[in-house]
Ligand binder design. Sequence first.
Ligand SMILES: CC(C)(COP(=O)(O)OP(=O)(O)OC[C@H]1O[C@@H](n2cnc3c(N)ncnc32)[C@H](O)[C@@H]1OP(=O)(O)O)[C@@H](O)C(=O)NCCC(=O)NCCS
Length: 199
Amino acid sequence: MIHNDIHTKINKKSHILKFIVCKSLIDLDNILNSQNLIQQLNNLLQNSFPLQLPMSSSFVENMKLMVKKKHIDPNNVITILAIIPTHTTHTTHTTRTTHSTLSVKSIVGCVQIVIQSNTYTIINLCRIKGDRFRGIGKYLLKYSINHIRKISNVKIIYLSVSANNTKLQEYYQKLGWVKTHEYDFSSDTEPAFKMMYIL
Ligand SMILES: CC(C)(COP(=O)(O)OP(=O)(O)OC[C@H]1O[C@@H](n2cnc3c(N)ncnc32)[C@H](O)[C@@H]1OP(=O)(O)O)[C@@H](O)C(=O)NCCC(=O)NCCS
């Protein structure tokens, strides 16, 4: 189920990160269930977006509600999880070969890409709190942009950012995003600007 992975060194602590790409919410459901990760992802989103508290204990059910409200097809939501993995190795004595199985240790970040008639929008970018994990959001954004490059030929990617949060707008600008001054009226919590990234 691991579709893609990248080894990335992050800051001083040098975490080895891997990225799991879930091509739909059904794919995400399978991965979360098989690895017992629903609670971890729920916690990450609850802590990062307190205004969007999920209503059910199932992350995928919450996502389905959210995307339904936003008129988004759940099959057109790609989720990318940043994880810190562990490898368990074991040796088969008869053949003397060593097998390495990847098992997920913890989810440290998440981002989603919504595809609507050839428009690609990034939502729910977040990472777990703590200085040790600084930079993970940046790598998730980079990974998403590269993924969109691979699967489409679009020239612009969008995201929305709170119109009042200039610090967050500056963060995106430093990473090459451009503020459009166009209000995103689909944002239901607060006024938000659309930002775009030119590929
Ligand atoms: C946005 C986010 C994923 C960026 O992760 P990252 O690439 O690892 O970067 P950092 O968290 O280290 O933040 C980088 C800078 O942006 C600022 N910043 C990040 N998120 C911010 C926010 N929500 N509000 C204000 N400033 C923010 C940080 O203060 C930091 O500035 P500094 O370097 O001057 O201290 C992460 O900060 C996060 O999960 N934030 C909460 C959720 C969120 O707001 N997501 C954005 C949705 S549009």
